[in-house]
Design a protein around this ligand. Structure first.
Ligand code: UD1
Length: 428
């Protein structure tokens, strides 16, 4: 198992390029199941989660060309071509779905194209129970017959029929699953209270490129008019706004001048607004953000609440919490999306942070000089926050269980090293 060793208190300077978005690449891959023609995806990030999706596809007899186990730095931005014409099973087994919840994204496309699917229930995960009841309700509304047996979701449908679906809670992958299923349904589907994340919009654009008829993606009402079949296409995966946000926060925390390139600043409005509030200068250009923090003064403390897009993303909550240890006062951080997403707090406390948690609220005391310590990554975004903590802490921080980080950050230590961090991966 690899570890990261970070020698902290180095300022960051230079350029860091953002990779393609994990949360856009996974649904883009799943959408390939909707056609027998080639789907070419460009700028695919080299990540453990993408490798898991490729492994799932291989198990299903789906051909994926172009994705190999070469190191992240060399693989960056590679293309994958997916072809499902020799697919031989409609099943996504437990051993793969349990390692990556997003495998559930194959459910909608399988039912739409083949009228059947057997996908393992993802079960709980470290950050909360994360049910898939809304995915199931959405498919049932389209006429699918769903049963849960032996830990598997079994779905059968003669032909899906368009319907109106109003989600009780905004769900990103739930919206994606239903949107994909509806592309091949008979008639019109309307999704109300749809998620508005940029990854929804990019998936809709891909589906439209494949011949689907979709309106309103990116708003809370998405309308899909079913078509008989979809065809191949070639699309670019959008830049990862969470990776971009992580480097923006890292630069703000460590100080210096960092240009975060190849990103879409308009996807980062809520974060950039917060950066302004806490006193970090961020200048946007077309596809980059220049982050400047000079001097040693504490930042301004600010409260923050996670909410669905376009509000502050839950996937940047842990990173922002570390930043607020460098505030001049107390910050109140409220997590409203996942019930158990403060696992980084215990690790940050081991580094000297003063953070109290009451239910879904964390109270972070500022003016804290963090101290290096051996710590443990608990989930993907928590791991990123621990790296940022290591960058600003005295002495050496050793982070174990970094396989979590590899699920969603392409070549993080190489990228951070290039801008002046002292960070090294060691095998233990
Ligand atoms: C996606 C992202 C993840 C991000 C999350 C919230 C991907 C692959 N992952 O996850 O990085 O943290 O959005 O922005 O895109 N819920 C239900 N029933 C359901 C589905 C969801 O109750 O059937 C609840 C969840 O428990 C959670 C909330 O809805 O409280 C939002 O979850 P959701 O948007 O579905 O998250 P994911 O799509 O799994």
């Amino acid at each position: 198992m690899d570890k990261l060793i970070i020698k902290g208190r180095r300022r960051l300077n230079g350029k860091v390029a953002v990779s393609g978005a994990k949360n856009a690449a996974l649904p883009a891959m799943a959408a390939a199941i909707l056609t027998s023609e080639d789907i070419r995806l460009n700028k695919v990030p080299h990540l453990a989660d993408v490798t898991t999706m490729v492994a799932l596809f291989e198990k299903m007899g789906i051909m994926t060309a172009g994705y190999t186990g070469i190191p992240a730095t060399q693989a960056s931005g590679k293309s994958i071509t997916i072809n499902t014409s020799r697919m031989n099973t409609y099943e996504a087994p437990y051993d793969l779905v349990r390692t990556m919840r997003a495998s559930v994204l194959v459910l909608g496309p399988l039912v739409a194209r083949y009228g059947r699917a057997r996908v393992s229930l993802p079960g709980g995960c470290a950050i909360g129970s994360r049910p898939v009841d809304l995915h199931i309700k959405g498919l049932e509304a389209l006429g699918a017959h769903v049963t849960i047996e032996h830990g598997y979701i079994n779905v059968a449908a003669q032909k899906l029929t368009g319907a109106k679906i109003a989600f009780d809670t905004t769900t990103v992958t739930g919206t994606e699953n239903v949107m994909m299923a509806a592309t091949l349904a008979r008639g019109t589907t309307v999704i109300e209270n749809a998620a508005k994340e940029p990854e929804i919009t990019s998936l809709a654009e891909q589906l439209v490129n494949m011949g689907a008829r979709i309106r309103g993606a990116g708003t809370d009402i998405v309308e899909i008019q079913g078509v008989d079949q979809l065809h191949g296409c070639s699309v670019d995966i959008i830049p990862d706004r969470i990776e971009a946000g992580t480097y923006i926060i890292a630069a703000a925390a460590a100080g210096g001048e960092v240009e975060v390139t190849n990103c879409n600043p308009s996807h980062l409005d809520a974060l950039l607004f917060k950066m302004n509030e806490v006193g970090v200068e961020c200048t946007e250009t077309g596809n980059s953000v220049l982050v400047r923090r000079k001097g040693d003064a504490w930042l301004k403390s600010a409260g923050m609440k996670t909410l669905p897009y376009p509000n502050f993303p839950t996937d940047l909550q842990a990173q922002f919490m570390v930043l607020m240890t460098q505030g001049d006062d107390t910050s109140v951080i409220t997590e409203t999306i996942f019930e158990n997403r403060f696992m980084h707090v215990a690790e940050l406390r081991r580094m000297g942070a003063d953070i109290k948690v009451e239910n879904n609220v964390a109270i972070v005391r500022g003016k804290t000089r963090l101290m290096g310590a051996p710590i443990m990554a608990t989930d993907l975004r928590a791991s990123a926050s621990l790296v940022i903590a290591g960058l600003i802490a005295d002495n050496v921080t050793e982070i174990s269980r970094i396989y979590h980080l590899d699920r969603g950050y392409e070549g993080m230590e190489e990228k951070l090293s290039k801008i002046g961090a002292q960070i090294e991966r060691v095998k233990v």
